[in-house]
Design a protein around this ligand. Structure first.
Ligand SMILES: Nc1ncnc2c1ncn2[C@@H]1O[C@H](COP(=O)(O)OP(=O)(O)O)[C@@H](O)[C@H]1O
Ligand code: SF4
Ligand SMILES: [Mg+2]
Length: 389
């Protein structure tokens, strides 16, 4: 693969940032615009330092509505190398699906304002025509949704749909495409592909439909797979099977995967890198090991503490108090401040007046978080980690 021509492919030494938090209501961007552009570059760099295939930089997605402008995604930057899985995690409404639909170019252009940059293998997607995007969508990128009904047409056989998905992007005979569709059904673990090929989606169980949709998504060997809550509607056993399947297919095809989920159990199982979203913004980003073992943002702590774990000695579920804010009127300062149990530990009113920058944790590595607390590491070790057991 050729290295994409973008800043995110530069080495870590290019991305050193000022780690001094903003003060007195003056943002670091205002004090030194060069810092802001360096910071954007940092946040788009893959936490692993590998050459990214997908690079999202400073993505903003807004919907003008009768009630005002909904800023669903705000200045989001991340990148994913081939063969790696990035998990985007956050409560419902945090902008996970909206940001991924922007990568797929699926938003209604007339009703959506999109800015920033989305590069795939070095090619810019923002600004492409609908026709150009359609080609990219089926060729290089595939999306797997929570609800297979939304991707599988009820009136066509499953086999036909996979065959046609292949023929849209390959000039081959029906027989060749059928052979490929049967291979895919077999690959995703659907027993008796020849019989299943002729069946309609309603003749499949939920788990089998999900497999069929994955077969359809992957029939063109996409380099990037975006899976949006792909197992949320499935029972635990089938969920584990589908996640295994995605893992194995990634090994086979070497694709980059963006896996959207609200379930940190799925993140722990699947992710190489993790990006935590809150109210349309990235609040923490790093390798799975950094974010899960050394989280540095109270919202991430809350998500970790709210995972239900059942053991003989301990049944723990501490939900985060309150609800995410309305995107029409975000609270001033840090969007998490009305729900944050640690806001009173920050001097003055900064949590309510000053949006924290996304800064490198401990001033090193590629782990970043957005929080004014100075002693995040010690608070986590002394108070949060013991609760997590
Ligand atoms: N077309 C739209 N018009 C207005 N608001 C929208 C539209 N699509 C999504 N939103 C809002 O954007 C926010 C983020 O949505 P979404 O990305 O679907 O969240 P999630 O993190 O659960 O996937 C939600 O508050 C949602 O109501
Ligand atoms: S900036 Fe303040 S409100 Fe936001 S997470 Fe940190 S301590 Fe909590
Ligand atoms: Mg969603």
């Amino acid at each position: 693969m050729t290295a994409p021509a973008n800043d995110a492919s530069k080495g870590p030494q290019d991305a050193m940032v000022d780690t001094v938090p903003s003060e007195g209501g003056v943002t670091r961007e205002q004090r030194n615009p060069a810092v802001a552009s360096r910071e954007r570059r940092t946040t788009a760099m893959s936490p692993s330092g590998e050459t990214p295939y997908l690079v999202v930089e400073d993505l903003t997605v807004q919907f003008p509505t009768a009630d005002g402008l909904v800023s669903a995604v705000n200045g989001l930057s991340y990148s994913v190398p081939l063969g790696r899985t990035l998990s985007i995690v956050g409560e419902s409404g945090s902008g996970k699906s909206v940001s991924s639909m922007a990568v797929m170019g699926l938003h209604d252009r007339k009703r959506t304002r999109i800015s920033g940059s989305i590069r795939l293998g070095g090619d810019e997607l923002v600004g492409l025509s609908e026709n150009e995007l359609m080609k990219v969508r089926g060729d290089a990128v595939a999306m797997v949704f929570q609800d297979p009904q939304s991707s599988l047409h009820p009136l066509y056989t499953v086999g036909n749909q996979i065959t046609e998905a292949y023929r849209v992007h390959h000039k081959v005979s029906k027989d060749v495409a059928k052979k490929r569709a049967l291979e895919m059904l077999d690959l995703v673990g659907i027993p008796n592909p020849i019989r299943r090929f002729k069946q309609y989606p309603h003749e499949f169980s939920g788990g089998m439909r999900q497999r069929a949709m994955i077969a359809m998504g992957l029939v063109n060997d996409p380099k990037l797979v975006i899976a949006d809550e792909p197992t949320t509607a499935l029972d635990v056993t089938v969920q584990a099977q589908i996640l295994d399947l995605l893992n194995n297919l990634q090994k086979e095809f070497g694709s980059a995967i963006v896996l959207i989920t609200h379930d940190l159990g799925v993140v722990a199982e699947m992710a190489d890198d993790v990006l935590v979203m809150y109210a349309g913004r990235c609040v923490e980003y790093g390798t799975a090991e950094d974010v899960l073992a050394r989280p540095r943002m109270p919202y991430t702590w809350g998500l970790l503490e709210s995972i239900p774990t059942v053991s003989a000695a301990n049944e723990r579920l501490r939900p985060i108090k309150g609800l995410p804010p309305s995107l029409l009127s975000l609270p001033g300062g840090c969007s998490f401040n009305p729900r944050c149990p640690y806001a009173d530990r920050v001097k003055g009113e900064r949590c309510t007046t000053d949006l924290p920058d996304l800064l490198r944790v401990d001033g090193a590595g590629a782990h970043t978080s957005r929080c004014h607390l100075h002693d995040k590491a010690s608070i986590y070790e002394a108070e949060v980690a013991p609760r997590l057991g």
